[in-house]
Design a protein around this ligand. Structure first.
Ligand SMILES: [Zn+2]
Length: 502
């Protein structure tokens, strides 16, 4: 191919585009073939104006061809290769090294950050050619290993590099700081609620989905938010996966091993949560990939939204489709749900009486069942503390544990899991398939008998049993114990008693 390579995006995948141009005599006109009209118009104006900034006034009949013709293209990503190819066609640029060029041009020639620089870096690595990008995209691309990348602030600077009049500016070295301080709120600031805090710790350690049911003021929302501070750091692979999603959306990216923590309000649209729209962008469930997706006031969510979350929660990926095609995004999230126990909020409260009729309570509880509940490993009631309890906690006994020290336990439990499941391609207990549960989560005779007895008594389904086993494995990992023991099973069962006993 003789043109200049650029990229366009299909989901999180960058596809190569070849830009070719010819300039012939005649009245001035610019035609671009292979791109939608709107994008062409906008790109044409930006490129033409940016070229003036490097002293090139386009004259004559200019035609640009973007190949292959059959894939849709995004104008902004292609401004830079179009500009370079036009300079070449006009004789203003003699040599242009074989590389991927990507960037949106401002009218004054500045290079603006684009979405999709990380997918483009993957493509450049695969094609074994360098990548030229706007400086504003440099830090995110530097996090992708094995890429020869260069950046520039504006078209003029880049042209000097290509002409050899200036040294190519390599990307700054990647630097990913260790997680230091835990974000607010800290677990130490939350009074009482030892069992809910423990459930949050198990959830974070084994990536187990969590449901907390409690009255307003019980602290369930606070506990959910504090989970951000005890999650284990992202591994290298996980970091790159989250980078891909964020880069595809064009989000500002800071190098950090902190896991995503996304809060979704019940008024959110299905598209914003699951992804979609004209350009098939990822939604919150993919932005939360490898981190937490928190749905507060879960019973207020519309049924069709929770229904459409079922597949991504189950499969760890989501297919977003439109007439033009479909793309896949990752969605391996830790789902955290919080809900009131009834419509008025005070069923089971120690002080405030519940105003709901039994029928209303029954109708309400039905919202806490269904397909998503089947995927929740840990369910528990978080009762509001009585005034006496609140008073007795103050100033008495050992102070509550800080998030930082809980996180240390979580990290060592997760490291055990990463080692255990490495050869199977998993990183935590929650995500292993049934076949591995049977093979690896074995019990001695006495413990198995105990579990069988409890399963009978509590009417567990096969799925429910598997969940108890996985959670018990995580509890044993938190304790640093080799085998799953009776006490681990007994604790795991506590978290299956609330609403959906199956
Ligand atoms: Zn009530």
């Amino acid at each position: 191919m003789s043109g200049i390579p650029g990229v366009t995006l299909r989901g999180m995948e960058a596809l190569p585009v070849e830009v070719e141009a010819a300039i012939t005599g005649g009245l001035f006109s610019v035609s671009i073939v292979g791109m939608p009209d709107v994008a062409v118009r906008e790109s044409r104006e930006r490129v033409r104006s940016a070229l003036r900034s490097v002293g090139l006034n386009l004259k004559g009949r200019v035609s640009v061809n973007l190949a292959p013709a059959d894939i849709p293209k995004e104008g902004a990503l292609l401004d830079l290769p179009i500009a370079l190819e036009l300079m070449r066609a006009a004789g203003a640029l003699k040599r242009c090294p074989r590389a991927l060029y990507m960037g949106e041009l401002a009218l004054d020639g500045r290079l603006r950050r684009v979405r999709g620089a990380v997918p483009a870096a993957f493509l450049a690595r695969k094609m074994k050619i360098p990548l030229f990008i706007p400086s504003e995209n440099a830090s995110e691309v530097s996090l992708v290993q094995g890429v020869e990348g260069y950046c520039a602030d504006n078209l003029g600077e880049l042209v000097m590099m290509l002409k050899g009049e200036e040294k190519p500016r390599p990307l700054p070295p990647a630097y990913i700081p260790d997680i230091t301080a835990a974000p607010e709120p800290d677990f130490a600031d939350i009074k009482g609620q030892l069992q809910a805090k423990r459930a949050a710790e198990i959830s974070a350690a084994g990536h187990h989905n969590l449901l907390m049911v409690g009255s307003p003021g019980s602290g369930k929302t606070l506990i959910a938010r504090a989970m951000a501070g005890i999650l284990p750091p992202l591994t290298d692979d996980e970091l790159v996966e989250t980078l891909l999603v964020r880069s595809t959306l064009g989000m500002e990216i800071k190098a950090s091993r902190e896991r995503p923590f996304r809060v979704v309000h019940f008024t959110a649209s299905t598209v914003s949560v699951c992804g979609g729209g004209a350009d098939l962008r990822p939604g919150e469930v993919s932005l939360a990939h490898r981190g937490v997706l928190f749905l507060d006031e879960y019973t207020e969510f519309k049924r069709d939204l929770t229904e459409s979350l079922r597949a991504p929660i189950e499969d760890g990926e989501i297919t977003v489709s439109r007439a033009a095609g479909s793309v896949k995004y990752p969605s391996r999230v830790l789902l955290v749900l919080a809900a009131n126990p009834c419509a008025c909020g005070y069923a089971g409260d120690p002080v405030i009486p519940c105003k709901c009729s039994p029928a209303e309570i029954e109708r309400y509880r039905r919202k806490l069942s269904g397909p998503i509940m089947d995927r929740i490993d840990l369910q528990l009631a978080v009762p509001r503390l009585t005034p006496e309890e609140l008073l007795s906690i103050d100033g008495k006994g050992t102070p509550p544990e800080k998030s930082e020290s809980i996180r240390k336990r979580v990290i060592s439990a997760r490291n055990i899991q990463i080692q255990r499941w490495k050869e199977h391609g998993y990183t935590c207990n929650a995500e292993i398939p049934e076949s591995l549960v049977k093979r690896y989560l074995t019990l001695d005779d006495e413990t198995r008998d105990y579990l069988a007895k409890m399963a009978m008594k509590m009417n567990f389904s096969g799925r429910g049993l598997t969940r108890v086993l996985k959670v018990a494995r995580t509890i044993a990992d938190l304790a640093g114990e080799e085998d799953i023991q009776r006490k681990h099973i007994a604790e795991a069962i506590i978290y299956r008693q609330v609403y959906n006993r199956r």
